[in-house]
Structure formats: C-alpha cells, structure tokens
Design a protein around this ligand. Structure first.
Ligand SMILES: [Ca+2]
Ligand SMILES: [Ca+2]
Length: 698
C-alpha cells in the first residue's frame, strides 16, 4: 500500500496540473488495493499481510489512516483504541477511515468466520473503563468519504464529546459532510455507551449545503447519552432530501438526552432521514420527543417508532425484544415486527445477513423490522373464520358435533361450558355423545397459539327429554292361537313394529315373540319399549287307549254282550274334558256292549286356561254272529250252570267249545255234547233267552 496522505496538502494548492496527475495516480493506486489483517496483539512479522502476520491493534489507527480506496481491513475480535496516550492532548485522535476503505470486524482470529459485536473500537483511552472526559472525543471519524467507504461489524463505544461545536458532536462516530459529500456505509455496527453534547452515538454533519447522506444497515444505537439532543443520532442537514441518510433495519434503544430527540434528532430544515424497517424504542428525552424529533423530510417506512402516532407506515407497538436491557435485540416469537418490514426489501437494499449473521430473508420470507431477523416462521394470529353454530336443540342420547374453523399458526382449542373448562374437548370440534339433560347450556371455544387467542361466540345447546314409554300388560303369556291386547303409554305419536299407529293393538302370535312401540314427542324425541308375548306350547292330545285294545287307531268293534270296553285317556296333567257319548273328567270310562250301535267319545286336556286338541274314539257294538255250520241253543242257566246244546253239522258227535256271553261278566268255555242231531232251530232258543248268546268257537 502506498502512503498518499501527503498529497492532501499538495492538492490544496493551485497546481491544477499536479492535481490532475495526483488524481490519476490515485486512480492507478486504487487498483492495487490490499487487504490488511489486524489482531489485538499482532502476529508473525506484523506486516498485516495475513492472519499469521497480523498487525497489532496499536498500529490500527495509523494503518487505517494510511489506507487508500479499495483497501480492506480485517480486524479480529478484541478491543481496539485510537491511542493509549491519555495525556489530554490526544482526545481528538480517532480511527479515521479514508474514503473507499472498507473495515470489517468480528473475525475469529486466524479464520474468516465473523461474529459481529466482538471487535470493539473503544474511546476509553485512559483505560479506566469509565465514560469520562479522558475518553476520545470521536472514536470513529469520516471526513468527506465516498459511498463505498464501509465500516462493518464493529462496536463503537466510549466516545466522549463534551467540547465546543464539533468537539461536542458525535462521541461514537463523527461523519463530516459539511460543505462536502460524505456518505459512508455503516453496517452491522453497534454504537453504544457514548456521550456527546449532540448526537452521541453518531453525528452526521451535512451543514453548509453538504451531503452527509450516509447509510446505516443493521446498526444498533443503545444507551448513548447526549446532554442536549440526539441521544442516539443527530443529523445536521442543509441541502435537500436527496442527501437524507438512510437507516435500514436499525435499532435505537435506551438512548437519552436532557433536551430533545432521545433516539434521533435532526438539525436543519432542508433534510431529514429516511427510516426503513427500523425500531426506535424506549429512548428518553428531558424535554420532548423521546423517540425522534420529527421534522419535514423525515420519512418513516415499515418502522416502529415510539411516540410517533401509529399510521400506515409506523406501527408504534412494543417490539418484544428478547432482552433489550441485556442488549439482546432479537425479536421474541410473538413480536409484531416479525415479517413486518418493507416487503420490497432485497439483499441489495438490506443485507444478506442480520446482525447475528443469520440469513436476513429467513425461509425466503418477508423481512422483519430491526437488526435481527427472527429465525422462524411468523406465528400468524388466531382468527375464527367459521362457527360455532349459535344453537342446537337435540334429544337426550343424541350425538352433538359443533365445528369451529380458525386460521393462525399452530392452533390449540379449548372448549368451555358456562366458563368451566372441558378437559376432553380440545379439538376444533365440540363432540358430545349420549347427551344428557344436564349438558344443556352455553358453550364456547378459546382458540389460541403461542402469540394470541380468541374466544368464540356462544353455542347454546338445548336438550329435550325423551318420552316415557311402557307396554301393558308386561310380558304376557297366551295360549297358542289366542289374542292379547297390548297398550302403550307415553305422550306422543305411536308406531308399533307391526305398523299400527294406535296406542293399543291386538296380536295373535303363533310363537313367542317381541312387540315394540316407538313414541315420538312434539320435539321429535323418541323412545321405544318392547315386551315379549309368550305363547304357551300346545298341550299334546291325550292318548286314548282301549281294553280290549283297538284293532285300528281310534276305533274298536266289539260284539254285543261281550265284556265292556274300557277307554283310558293319558298324557294330561290338567283336567280331562270328555264329550260325546260321555261327559265327564274321569281318566277311564267304561263302554257298555249291551246295546248295539256306534258310540263316539272325545276328550281333551285343559290346563291354565289352555285347551289341547281333542282325541276321539269310536266303539262299534255289533250283534252276535253265528256263522259256519254251527248250531245249538242255550236252554237255561241257574247258579253256575248253563244248559243247552250246540253242535257242528260238519262234525257230528264232536265236542265243541262255546262262549257264554252275558255282557260285562267274564265268559268261560264249556264242553257240551250233542245228543240229538235233529234239534229245534237255535233262533227259538235265542228268542226265549235274549239275554244270553252263544258264540261258537272254531
Ligand atoms: Ca475513561
Ligand atoms: Ca422475516
């Protein structure tokens, strides 16, 4: 690097030719820009050519002052002071940054990694760690520099400007554009804990129709104090708005002054400042305008300036810094300044990174206000868009589903009934099943996220009782084939499962079955009752047996005067009921054979009101028969002896066996001998003794 400072004196002369040559020389030299490396203590041969040969901090001021346009200074983390010669005459010694020189701070020693805020330019040249009269008047000085002059990533603190005029302005930074142009770029810088009569953090002097239109990006002014005005920054303009400084994504916090403009003050009537995406908050002034002295020419865009009324361009709300008193000006999750900066901002108009070195356009999203970009997505506030319904009326036992729709980030829901939290109801749908009358009332939901919440309008639930329904008689029993009348109670309309709509129905079930009825009230609430109608099994038909036994089922033929027939009914546990030729209930009856004819008997079984089917039996009593070649007669009977004759014409003189029949009594075979082949006809004998009969046996 060439030392060109001596030319300044020459250029003030009248030698225009030389002036031109010098300008040409400057132009040539500027293409030979160099990069210098500086650490607090230096390293290697201290030439500054690289980190291994870094210049020590004690040489920084002179190295800077000797810089030429295009030179780059990389300054490692640590504290640097313009001088340590605190004899009172060195107060005006500053880090003077020549036009076109770029100064970058915050390097971790030996690397290209940067951490803004770790390289400190301090005015505490008396080394007592006090902000006092023994500190530098201006820590950093710009004097008529071009817009490619850059101070990047440096903390400027401890300046103390308490003298007259210029010596009382700009404790931290003095930008001299008085009657000339001086437009440095300060980016990623902190101006803190400086003192001045005016403009403690920075004084921007554009008086005498000068142009001090500097640019500040990602800069924080905090805890600077000015006795008169401009605790953070004073701009002194005297040209026109085209020379306004531009402050982009800057923060002014905790600056103060005894008079006016705690954050920013503006002197002069023809210029102001332009604020984009800036935060001016919690600054104080003894007399007026704690935030900023507003004058014509001040343009506020997408900013948050306290004490300036909220408008389309100014929010004026608590920025919600993470820890402003502790110096942490990042935005909390719920800060209203997230994604609230100028949506037209680009890396060209702002910076690609914020003051923490994080991406300025997080997730390619909209820029925030302030020096730090929130590293997350915006938490959109809660807004209920639909629902819940205002009211609903249902029947006991119903299911109730009441949806609500809301917009916002990461929403949570909590339903309440009459103000009482419902633990299980934490979704976008109020869901009630098997609703009971006690659940009638007013419901609402609170929709919330990390940053906001809102309460819905009320949903009023009405619950109607169900009708009381019963069927009488309860669980009746009927005989097979019988009917029963079922009657429903309960107020409303009726509908039986048979399709009937009357309160009473008559049913004749063929088997045991259920009948149900649904009663519906005027509120369209329904209840159903059912009852079982039991059909008693049919009793079995009594079994009729005969003695003598029947030749064919249900009928028996006997000969007149043979022993009486016995009919016996069995299989009935109830009452036997005979009809026909006998009317009684005896299990056994006797059928006489004295008279011929057909005799029918019917019997059923009766039990608990039910009657079995009927069994029938027919007894046919026929006249005595004599057939074949037999002949004979009975002549008389006395005591135990019958007298008479019987023979077989085909077998003369052969003994035959005859039955002596006298109705119910037993019969007995008798051996008779034929004594006379010529006999009187049997008929006569039968006519004389009609009560006896002869039934020859084969
Ligand atoms: Ca001091
Ligand atoms: Ca953002």
């Amino acid at each position: 690097m060439k030392r060109i400072l001596p030319f300044r004196g020459l250029m003030s002369g009248r030698m225009s030719q030389l002036h031109f040559l010098c300008a040409l020389l400057l132009s040539v030299l500027s293409t030979q820009a160099a990069t210098f490396y500086v650490t607090p203590t230096g390293s290697g041969n201290n030439s500054g050519t690289d980190w291994s040969n870094a210049s020590p901090g004690s040489q920084l001021r002179t190295k800077l002052a000797a810089g030429t346009s295009g030179d780059i200074f990389k300054i490692a983390q640590g504290t640097y002071k313009p001088t340590t010669y605190a004899d009172g005459t060195s107060l005006s010694i500053s880090f003077s940054i020549p036009s076109g020189v770029q100064v970058y701070g915050g390097y971790t020693t030996g690397t290209e990694n940067r951490n803004f805020g770790t390289t400190v330019f301090s005015g505490d040249i008396d080394n007592d760690n006090l902000l006092d009269e023994q500190n530098s008047t201006h820590v950093v000085y710009f004097d008529g520099v071009s817009s490619d002059t850059r101070l990047d990533g440096v903390v400027i603190e401890g300046g103390y400007a308490n003298g007259l005029l210029f010596l009382g302005w700009g404790g931290g930074v003095f930008n001299n554009g008085r009657a000339k142009v001086s437009k440095p770029l300060l980016i990623n810088c902190y101006m803190r804990n400086n003192y001045a009569e005016r403009g403690s953090g920075m004084f921007n002097d554009g008086d005498r129709r000068g142009n001090a239109g500097c640019q500040l990006i990602n800069c924080v002014f905090s805890h600077n104090y000015a006795r008169s005005e401009g605790g953070g920054l004073t701009h002194y303009g005297d040209s026109d708005a085209s020379t306004n400084p531009a402050l982009i994504n800057c923060v002014f916090y905790g600056n103060s002054t005894d008079f006016t403009g705690g954050g920013i003050s503006i002197i002069g009537l023809k210029t102001g400042i332009n604020l984009f995406n800036c935060i001016i908050w919690a600054n104080t002034a003894g007399a007026s305008d704690p935030g900023i002295v507003i004058m014509d020419g001040v343009e506020i865009q997408y900013s948050n300036v306290q004490d300036v009324p909220a408008s389309a361009t100014n929010i004026n709300v608590n920025p919600l810094f993470v820890d402003a008193p502790g110096g942490d000006f990042r935005l909390q999750t719920c800060s209203p300044l997230i994604d609230a900066g100028d949506p037209a901002s680009t890396t060209a108009t702002s910076s690609s990174v914020d003051l923490a070195g994080n991406p300025r356009f997080y997730n390619n999203g909209r820029i925030d206000m302030g020096a730090y970009e929130y590293q997350g997505n915006l938490t959109n506030p809660v807004a209920i868009t639909t629902g819940p319904a205002s009211a609903s009326a249902v029947c006991v036992g119903s299911t109730v589903s009441v949806p609500v729709s809301a917009t916002g980030t990461a929403l949570s829901y909590q339903w309440y009934k009459e103000g009482t939290l419902l633990e299980a109801q934490t979704s976008a749908m109020l869901s009630l099943t098997q609703v009971q009358a006690s659940q009638a009332g007013s419901y609402s939901v609170v929709v919330s996220n990390a940053c906001s919440s809102t309460t819905s309008l009320a949903f009023v639930l009405t619950v109607y009782d169900l009708p009381a329904v019963a069927i009488t008689p309860t669980s009746p029993t009927v005989c097979a084939g019988s009917s029963v009348t079922l009657t429903a109670s309960g107020e409303g309309t009726y509908l039986w499962d048979t399709g009937k709509t009357t309160s009473s129905i008559s049913v004749t079930p063929v088997a045991t079955m259920y009948y149900s009825v649904t009663v519906t009230t005027a509120n369209q609430c329904s209840s159903t009752a059912s009852t079982q109608v039991t059909v008693r099994d049919q009793f079995p038909v009594p079994t009729l047996a005969s003695n003598p036994s029947a030749g064919s089922p249900g009928s028996l033929t006997v000969i007149q005067n043979t022993p009486y027939v016995t009919l016996t009914a069995s299989g009935c546990s109830g009452l036997l009921n005979w009809s026909g030729s006998y009317d009684g209930s005896d299990p056994s009856i006797t059928v006489s054979t004295l008279a011929t004819g057909t005799f029918s008997y019917s019997v059923n079984c009766q039990l608990e009101g039910c009657t079995s089917p009927t069994a029938t039996f027919t007894v046919l009593v026929t006249p005595s028969l004599v057939s074949g070649s037999f002949d004979g007669f009975v002549n008389g009977a006395d005591c135990s002896t019958f007298r008479g004759w019987a023979w077989d014409r085909n077998k003369p003189n052969t003994a035959v066996t005859v039955d002596i029949l006298d109705g119910p009594r037993w019969s007995q075979p008798y051996w008779l001998m034929c004594s006379d082949r010529i006999c009187k006809p049997l008929v006569r004998a039968m006519e004389s003794m009609p009560s006896l009969g002869v039934s020859p046996k084969a």
